[in-house]
Design a protein around this ligand. Structure first.
Ligand code: ARG
Length: 477
């Protein structure tokens, strides 16, 4: 007999059971579901809705069920549809009919909203920590490469030289924005919807704040209809995660390019590469490739969730059960990628000499020749034209700017003097970008200082949140 079977005269068609059940995937919520139930049942006793004795018996039973699920000692069945009803069924098996009092003043609609929030806030902390690890690996590479110059590109054409440290720091600040977005979303995730009931609230004299406090929520949701039909926090997470993996994918693309013989700027550690079954010489950058590839599924989950929600009337609709797999998959996909990225970045070999050669053998110091002429009071537009001709001449001569003799330079402008060779050297070109946020070494050192200040904030936030959720696990163990 189903928990809700009273109103029915026939058993459910087996295909319906299979089609509508969510237990195959929502069992991931088991520990959060039980946490929520422990808080709920404690509140029921405190508000004298059930007796203290019943409450304690139920709580004890719930802990046994938690243990049994964790150790795979019980069967979760499609017949019992989802994790909420499976737990309730197992509880009744454990403690008898008194277990049937657990669901007083509660619906699966507010229960599932609660579980999703408990799961997600846990994931937010884990993902933030992993993002922070990647930032720290990038900073280590930046610190080790404060004198490493490589071509900076626009249109994937060599544009102006930059420090490799500057390039690494660009990603540090991208991931900082990602972290701040996750931290901001925490505020909207960490509110308790329990007490909204099926949609309208409950007639029992419950204490929603008390439940919220037990679960270390920062407060309760404001409106019962909204509480059970809101999945904005899932959409928001998927959007935040999309930006994380888009950033990872851009970095992946660079790592793949840089690992090719054509660039040869870096070599990923053997531990993070794979071979070919046919070509013995191959060492493939599979990890960044796969991260780049998995970006598609995360974007897909965002688009899927938005589409699922767009036409839904208030309040709960079964469609909303589709909120789970995309969210779980996104959490796993992001965690997996970040966990690999930190050590992969930290262990990659940076080929300083090849990078330097790439800068020496190109025209990326052309802007500096123009700026030099501007310093001699030639209008920039004129200087631009002079340098264009100088570059054209050099290409025809099969030379780079630094290969030209002073006489050759002077064919284009008599304002060019001996000091031009110093001005056009790669290090001088880099250090000339001495503007806040620029690639000059001292400016990159400033960025490292800024990052360190932000890292203290990150560390403090993560520690505070870990405490908030860890304590909870302990009290429920
Ligand atoms: N398994 C359902 C879900 O994930 C739980 C809520 C079901 N509520 C209901 N009234 N059928 O959305």
């Amino acid at each position: 007999m189903k928990l809700w079977g009273g109103r029915f005269t026939k058993p459910t068609n087996q295909l319906v059971d299979e089609y509508t059940a969510s237990i195959t995937f929502d069992q991931k919520l088991a520990q959060f579901d039980i946490q929520g139930s422990l808080a709920h049942v404690k509140m029921l006793a405190k508000c004298e809705i059930i007796s203290q004795e019943d409450s304690e018996q139920i709580a004890k039973g719930l802990l046994v069920v938690a243990e049994k699920i964790a150790n795979d000692q019980v069967e979760l069945t499609e017949e019992n549809e989802d994790i909420h009803m499976n737990v309730e069924k197992l509880l009744i098996d454990e403690v008898g009919p008194v277990g049937g009092k657990l669901h007083t003043g509660r619906s699966r609609n507010d229960q599932v909203a609660l579980d999703m929030r408990l799961y997600l806030r846990d994931a937010l902390v884990t993902i933030s920590q992993l993002l922070f690890d990647v930032q720290q690996a990038l900073v280590k590479q930046a610190e080790a490469n404060l004198d490493t110059v490589l071509p900076g590109y626009t249109h994937l054409q060599r544009a102006q030289p930059v420090l490799f440290a500057h390039h690494m720091m660009a990603y540090v600040f991208m991931f900082q924005r990602d972290l701040e977005r996750l931290a901001d979303s925490w505020k909207r995730v960490n509110k308790s919807p329990l007490g909204a009931g099926a949609l309208a609230g409950t007639s029992f004299p419950i204490d929603r704040e008390y439940v919220a406090e037990q679960l270390n929520f920062d407060g309760i949701t404001e409106n019962s209809l909204d509480s059970v039909s809101d999945r904005d926090f899932v959409v928001e997470f998927l959007a935040d995660a999309s930006l994380v993996i888009m950033h990872l994918s851009r970095l992946s693309e660079e790592l793949v390019q840089w690992s090719s013989a054509e660039f040869n700027f870096i070599e990923l550690d053997d531990a993070f590469c794979t071979g070919s079954s046919m070509m013995p010489q191959k060492k493939n950058p599979d990890v960044p490739e796969l991260v780049r590839g998995k970006t598609g599924r995360v974007f897909g989950h965002l688009s899927g969730m938005l589409t699922t929600l767009k036409g839904l009337p208030l309040a709960y609709n079964k469609d909303m059960q589709e909120d789970k797999e995309g969210m779980f998959d996104t959490v796993e996909t992001i965690k997996g990628a970040l966990a690999l990225f930190a050590p992969m970045i930290e262990t990659m070999e940076v080929k300083k000499e090849t990078m330097y050669q790439a800068v020496a053998k190109d025209y990326s110091n052309a802007t500096d020749l123009a700026d030099y002429l501007v310093g001699k009071d030639i209008p920039f537009r004129e200087a631009h034209a002079i340098v264009g001709q100088t570059v054209l001449y050099s290409i025809e001569q099969n030379k780079y700017l630094l290969d030209l003799s002073l006489e050759e330079f002077m064919q284009f402008s008599d304002q060019i003097a001996e000091d031009i060779y110093q001005v056009l050297s790669p290090k001088a070109v880099v250090n000339a970008r001495n503007v806040a946020g620029g690639t000059a070494k001292n400016r990159v050192e400033d960025q490292l200082k800024q990052a360190n200040a932000l890292f203290e904030q990150n560390q403090a936030w993560i520690e505070k949140k870990i405490q908030q959720i860890d304590q909870l696990l302990l009290t429920n163990k």
